[in-house]
Design a protein around this ligand. Structure first.
Ligand code: SF4
Ligand code: SF4
Length: 343
């Protein structure tokens, strides 16, 4: 019997949603298990790094990697998996462009740790412990003492292709099961798309496949921005025309407009349109172009923009580490600059 192609899955700085999209294949998982051999998948199966090390180079047909590169361990694992794999796929927005965890590039590591372990209202840490690189754990009941060592964090989060060569990208936060399934069939077939292709995404913008597109005015102008946590959008009417910031015009289609069908504006997880250099730059320029004020009405323009408290989170929600900015300028100067230049 012919050998099944070997498949691997790995997660870096991720939320687990991308793994859920694997589970969301539902009955198709049975076909998947019949068709491929899964050789590494830490979220679900007890394989170790040594198991990957023992595999011959290039013996894994396709490795899917989700999450951004935030720890030394991520960097080591993706380099190992690159060596062992014929095809490496950046799976999901975090891996492709940095994603939501990439917004942490706006803060230093110390600021992130302080916020997470000392400041957030839900934290219960009266002794103000912060994660230590090494911790000695003793269990007197069994007379045991051992040392735990945490992997080293990197100064900023990077998309996968800033660390290893990436063959293909699968967009989404997370990718939809259909997008993943179709991409898998393509990758296991004999007709591979050109290297670097974004699998499952359309060349056109989301507006092109949006069921509300016909209600989007030819010349779209808005007086004020609105937020879905404050006002419920009217159904069956273009969300952007109602003032809700919908990223449909500047985002690739291919998701079948799932958020829009749930009356939620697009937040941009299918990523950058072909030919656009910087997603956030394109987004803010588009948003600026639909604001219905003359350039002289500065105060009104400022008031309109002030309705949105986190513009970086809106225009760079999934792409900050892949953008021209990449991180907050001034972060850990000069060490950071030195490291970024070397990356
Ligand atoms: S792309 Fe979205 S679902 Fe996947 S790991 Fe990142 S945040 Fe989670
Ligand atoms: S702006 Fe949003 S709601 Fe309007 S047509 Fe485009 S994707 Fe649909």
């Amino acid at each position: 019997m012919a050998e099944k192609p070997k498949i691997a899955w790995y997660w870096c700085a991720s939320c687990g949603g991308c793994e859920e999209s694997l589970v969301d294949l539902a009955e198709r998982l049975l076909t998947l298990f019949e068709t491929v051999e899964i050789v590494f998948c830490p979220v679900a199966m007890d394989f170790k790094k040594e198991d990957v090390e023992k595999l011959p180079d290039n013996s894994i047909a396709v490795t899917f990697i989700n999450g951004g590169i935030r720890l030394k361990e991520h960097e080591e694992m993706v380099k190992l998996l690159r060596r062992k794999s014929k095809i490496v796929v950046a799976y999901g927005a975090c891996s492709a462009w940095g994603g939501i965890p990439g917004l942490a590039n706006l803060y230093t590591l110390d600021e992130i740790l302080e916020r997470k372990y000392l400041e957030v209202p839900t934290i219960d840490n009266p002794k103000e412990f912060l994660p230590a690189k090494k911790t000695v754990v003793s269990i007197p009941e069994v007379n045991m003492k051992f040392e735990l060592e945490l992997t080293e964090p990197l100064p900023v989060l990077r998309p996968l292709d800033k660390v290893v060569d990436v063959d293909y990208y699968i967009p989404g936060c997370p990718p939809t099961p259909d997008v993943f399934w179709n991409a898998l069939q393509t990758l296991l077939g004999n007709n591979l798309p050109p290297r670097g292709a974004v699998l499952g995404a359309l060349w056109k913008s989301l507006c092109d496949e949006c069921p509300l597109n016909e209600t989007k005015p030819e010349k779209l102008l808005v007086k004020e921005f609105r937020r879905v946590d404050r006002t419920t959008p009217e159904p069956n009417k273009c969300l952007l025309a109602q003032g809700f910031i919908c990223m449909g015009p500047v985002t690739r289609g291919g998701c079948k407009a799932l958020c829009i069908k749930s009356n939620m504006p697009c937040t941009g997880c299918f990523g950058i349109l072909e030919g656009v250099v910087d997603y956030g730059g394109k987004a803010i320029s588009y948003i600026g172009s639909i604001l219905d004020y003359s350039p002289m009405q500065e105060e009104e323009i400022r008031k309109a923009y002030d309705k949105i408290p986190d513009w970086v989170g809106v225009i760079y929600r999934y792409t900050l580490p892949a953008s021209k900015l990449r991180h907050k300028v001034g972060l850990e100067f000069p060490k950071l600059i030195k490291e970024m230049v070397e990356l």
